[in-house]
Design a protein around this ligand. Sequence first.
Ligand code: CA
Length: 234
Amino acid sequence: MARKTIFVTAAAAALMALAMAPASASAATNLLVNGSFDDIGAGASPEGWGGLTYYVDGTHPGHVALPGWTVESGSVDLTDTHTTWGPAADGEYSLDINGWDAGTISQGFNTIVGGHYTVSFAYSRNAAGAPDPATADVTAGGNVFHISTANDSSLYGYGGHMLWQTGTFDFVGSGHDVIRLAATIPGNGGVFFDKVSVSGGAVPEPAAWALMISGFGMAGTVLRRRRAQVAAAA
Ligand SMILES: [Ca+2]
C-alpha cells in the first residue's frame, strides 16, 4: 500500500511538471533584445520634451544607438512613462514609431527552420492629433500585422492616459528571421509600441526531454514484462 502511494505521488508530480513545462517555456523565452524599450542606451538621457529620438545614425543629442534595434529609416521616439505621453505598457519607456517623421526599426534573431513562432506586442497611439489615423505595420517571417489607430480617446486614450491593446500573429521560422516595426504614414504623432516579444519554436525544455526519456523507459519496462509473461505462458 505504501509503495503504491509513492508511485502515484511520483506520477502526479511528473504530470504536473509536464503540464507546467510549456507555460514556463513561453514566458521565459522572448527572442528579442530590449523588446520593451526600457534600455535607452548607455549615456542617453531624456530630452526636454520627455523622451529620446533615435535616428538612423544614433540618437540626438549624444549619438547613442537604440539597444537591440536598428533604425533603418527616419526616426523613432522613446517616451518616458512619467511624462504627459502616458504610461508605458511595461516598464519605463515605450516606442513611438514616428519620431520627427516616419520611422522603421528592425531586429534579427535566430529561429528553427519550420518552427512555429508567435509575435506579441502592445500598441496604442500618440495623442498629439496628426496623423489621423496613425498607421504602422509589424512584419516577421513574411507575415504582416497592419495597425490603424484613430485619434479616438475611447479607443487609444489621450495624453497621459494611453489605452494599450495587444496584437499577435504567427510565423514559421526560416533559420534567421527579422521583426520590423514601420510607420506607414508621415508625421510626428504615430503608433506607440511596447512589450514586443517573439516566442515559440519547437524546442522542448530539458525537463520535458527528461520526462519523455523516462516515459520511454517505463514503456520499455512494461513491454519487456509483457514479453516475459507471453514467453512464460507459451
Ligand atoms: Ca517598456
